[in-house]
Design a protein around this ligand. Structure first.
Ligand code: FAD
Ligand code: NAD
Length: 395
């Protein structure tokens, strides 16, 4: 007897939560489940700012997919999705045969939003995946290694474009890394410039002012320069050009100016807004009852009709909910509407400092930093229980 085919695209926060949930919810003979991901490993996107600065090794931010799913239960295919064909109910892969499905879960994450800024794709780095953060760290170290010979200030100037959560967390890691890096390359710490450029009139636009002030004061005390109300208009081989024409010469430019949806989703024919799909209350794509879209590829609106920011917290809750819904659907049951329950936000400022709001409680300093580590450990717990926490977790 043939069973329904479920295909999950992407093994990030959303995709893995769906896979783990389906593995738990469904019996062996109830569905044929396939997970596709371009790498053999899952990278923990929420930790990528650390290896990008070199404060931890990139292996701390990834784990093998076969170690967290039951590959007897879920077929894992390592390949790149090249196209989604919802009309034909097919997914095309770069190397393998097309996959057909009865239910499709699209959890391919997002992509950097460059707003068409000239030169950004060619000259800036992005905190996006294991490869991209390895390149940032290696590049920055090479620039520092050249300083003694060439004595060019731009070699030890780092521009971070965008002071949202990614930019601020990355700058926090850079602050932690600099003393060691400067010792290694015999560079006086005070000569290094870390410049965080933000288009909006404030760092972390929309976030609690008291916490923003705390973060700015702490990072400035460690030498970070903030340039607010100053959009980057162009990125060149030599640095960035700001609105008004001022140029900052920098050999390392990291763009953290925002995210949009995945190109594969954008090209699928499904309606998108900046590459993301406005899903219905059951996380379905408009016009396709058997295509579910979650995580950074999806857009969910709150009661005021404003989109929730794309976060791991959102992707995780969607994946957990969707697994239950698909299991119910397969058994002829009802779908339950998805309701996002924000638990709070914590942003690290390096290893020992952070800011955050949990419920209505504001946190700063080491207690917030400790809470951030607990949130990171929770993800490992959801993926692999206490044994994975003990194996991979670090406080
Ligand atoms: P992802 O986790 O990005 O997973 C997508 C997966 O799909 C990846 O494995 C990718 O390799 C794969 N993939 C993509 N394209 C293809 C393709 N064509 N073929 C095959 N596979 C493909 N959010 C929080 O809630 N809290 C935080 O503290 C936090 N910190 C962050 C820190 C940083 C530095 C960054 C960059 C983001 C942070 N976020 C945080 C946001 C969060 O990481 C994302 O919202 C979350 O990862 C989205 O999950 P996802 O499952 O949609 O996508
Ligand atoms: P973002 O969109 O939140 O922030 C991007 C920032 O770049 C904005 O402040 C924007 O004004 C600025 N910007 C845009 N164009 C610019 C320009 N031309 N010049 C200078 N600045 C410019 O993007 P992000 O920080 O990458 O975050 C992406 C998502 O991931 C968000 O939903 C965020 O909440 C989430 N995230 C969460 C955490 C956390 O919870 N700790 C950490 C990182 C990311």
């Amino acid at each position: 007897m043939s069973v329904p085919k479920i295909v999950i695209l992407g093994a990030g926060f959303g995709g893995l939560m769906t896979a783990k949930g389906l593995q738990k919810e469904l019996g062996y003979n109830e569905a044929d489940i396939t997970l596709v991901n371009q790498n053999s490993y899952h990278y923990i996107t929420t930790k990528l700012h650390e290896p990008a600065a070199g404060t931890s090794h990139h292996d701390h931010a990834r784990l093998s997919i076969s170690s967290v799913i039951n590959t007897n239960r879920i077929k894992f295919i390592q390949d790149r999705v090249s196209a989604i064909k919802p009309e034909a109910k097919e997914v095309h892969l770069e190397n393998g045969e097309p996959l057909s499905y009865d239910y499709l879960v699209v959890a391919l994450g997002g992509a950097p939003e460059t707003f068409g800024i000239k030169g950004l794709l060619e000259n800036a780095f992005f905190i996006r995946n294991i490869n991209s953060v390895r390149m940032i760290r290696e590049h920055m170290e090479y620039m520092f290694s050249r300083y003694q010979e060439e004595k060019r200030e731009d070699l030890i100037t780092i521009v971070v474009g965008g002071a949202g959560f990614t930019g601020i967390e990355y700058v926090g890691e850079l602050v932690d890394r600099m003393p060691e890096l400067c010792r290694e390359y015999d560079i006086p710490l005070e000569k290094v410039r870390i410049i965080n450029v933000e288009a909006a009139p404030t760092v972390l636009p929309g976030f609690d002012k008291e916490l923003v002030d705390y973060a700015v004061k702490y990072l400035e005390s460690k030498g970070v320069e903030f340039l607010i109300s100053t959009p980057i208009e162009e990125c060149t081989e030599d640095g960035v050009i700001l609105k008004g024409g001022k140029e900052i010469k920098a050999a390392t430019i990291v763009w953290t100016g925002g995210v949009r949806g995945n190109k594969v989703v954008e090209e699928s024919g499904i309606e998108t807004m900046r590459g993301r799909v406005k899903v219905d209350e059951y996380l379905r794509a408009p016009g396709y009852d058997n295509v579910f879209i979650i995580g950074d590829s999806s857009l969910v609106f709150n009661e005021q009709e404003r989109p929730y920011p794309p976060t791991a917290q959102m992707a995780t809750q969607q994946g957990q909910h969707l697994a239950k819904n698909i299991a119910s659907l397969i058994r002829g049951g009802e779908l339950k509407p998805f309701k996002y329950e924000p638990k709070g936000t914590i942003a690290s400022l390096g290893n020992k400092e952070a800011i955050g709001i949990l419920g209505d409680k504001k946190m700063t300093g080491w207690s917030a930093a400790f809470m951030k580590k607990i949130v990171d450990l929770r993800w490992l717990f959801l993926l692999g229980g206490i044994s994975l926490v003990l194996r991979k977790g670090k406080l």
